[in-house]
Design a protein around this ligand. Structure first.
Ligand SMILES: [Zn+2]
Ligand SMILES: [Zn+2]
Length: 335
């Protein structure tokens, strides 16, 4: 790792690139940084200068207000930016709208910091772009062989099947406000589901932002409109915290559902009183993580956060030098 540490190193604020003098997804306020995507554990307010995709900057402004950083610079996917003698490029990570991997090129070395990513198709953002590199820095949120996610379309079919089976009940689906909610809505639309989808007010700003960036979500109505309160036979999408809340009692004998990779873990579903677990994840599962490292063939593989032990062992068996950085401060939103 000694060679690559000149280009990239772990600091108390998070990953830092010394020759370019900037951090990546810092967990504490810094002077200059690159932000991979808008989730609150990666995109925090209070930095000096922020470089990110236009979509990520828009998400940060919507969540924190226009003054979330002293200065901002937008970089479109593929655009070449210079920081000192480091060339910086943002390429799609396939995680949520605007999500990017950070590609650093310096003195013949290429480092890719993936941020959170997935390899599955997602109608709300462009797919992960594999960039061969010497150093690959990845998350490992679902870095255990037990995590093998089904097709998201099968999970959406499961939801629609339940809606058909229980027309007198409301299907109340918990989904993270940034990314998951919009992907779920877009997946429902892909199946030809054209009825209005009812949404909790906490999702309004991100839904509007996605639509403003060209992601079609169809007819969305407020879930709490007093005119039609109990919504039998309808799908309501809400933040995960709302589905087991007093808020949920207004609906017709609701079936609590939750769209998350964590729904592979039965205890997690039970904990949240979820009757209909939907395994839909915006993170890479075990197969995606290992396939990606196998495809990129880095000399070194650094793991930022998550379940790293099995991946470290896998890397050892596959002759990739791997290191767990154990960066504190990254977790799933609302987990
Ligand atoms: Zn994320
Ligand atoms: Zn994350």
């Amino acid at each position: 790792m000694a060679g690559f540490r000149q280009l990239l190193r772990n600091t108390p604020q998070g990953l830092y690139c010394p020759p370019g003098d900037f951090h990546i997804d810092p967990v504490r306020p810094v002077d200059r940084c690159v932000i991979t995507h808008g989730h609150s554990d990666h995109a925090r307010s209070g930095h000096g200068a922020v470089l990110a995709t236009p979509q990520t900057l828009a998400i940060m402004a919507a969540r924190y207000g226009e003054g979330f950083a002293a200065a901002t610079e937008a970089a479109r996917y593929g655009e070449k930016i210079s920081r000192g003698d480091v060339a910086v490029r943002l390429v799609p990570a396939g995680h949520v709208l605007g999500s990017a991997q950070v590609v650093l090129a310096w003195k013949g070395v290429t480092a890719v910091i993936s941020g959170d990513y997935k390899r599955r198709s997602d109608p709300t953002c462009p797919p992960f772009e594999p960039v061969p590199c010497n150093l690959f820095v990845s998350e490992a949120t679902f870095g255990l062989p037990v995590f093998h996610f089904p097709d998201a379309s099968d999970e959406v079919a499961k939801l629609l099947h339940s809606v058909a089976l229980f027309p007198e009940r409301t299907h109340l689906v918990g989904a993270y406000a940034l990314g998951k909610a919009q992907r779920l809505i877009a997946l429902l639309r892909q199946t030809g589901y054209e009825k209005p989808i009812y949404v909790h007010g906490a999702l309004d700003s991100m839904n509007a932002l996605y639509q403003a960036h060209g992601v079609a979500l169809g007819a969305l109505l407020p879930a709490t409109d007093s005119a039609r309160n109990s919504l039998p036979g309808e799908i309501v999408i809400a933040p995960p915290s709302a589905i087991a809340d007093k808020w949920a009692r207004r609906f017709a004998d609701p079936i609590p559902a939750f769209a998350s990779g964590w729904m592979m873990v039965r205890a997690r579903a039970r904990q949240r009183y979820v009757e209909l677990p939907l395994v839909v994840s915006d993170h890479a599962d075990w197969d995606e993580l290992t396939l990606t490292v196998g495809e990129l063939k880095p000399e070194e593989f650094w793991i930022t956060h998550g379940n790293e032990d099995a991946l470290l062992r896998w890397a050892e068996l596959n002759n990739v030098a791997a290191t767990a950085l154990e960066i504190a401060g990254y977790e799933d939103e609302e987990e």
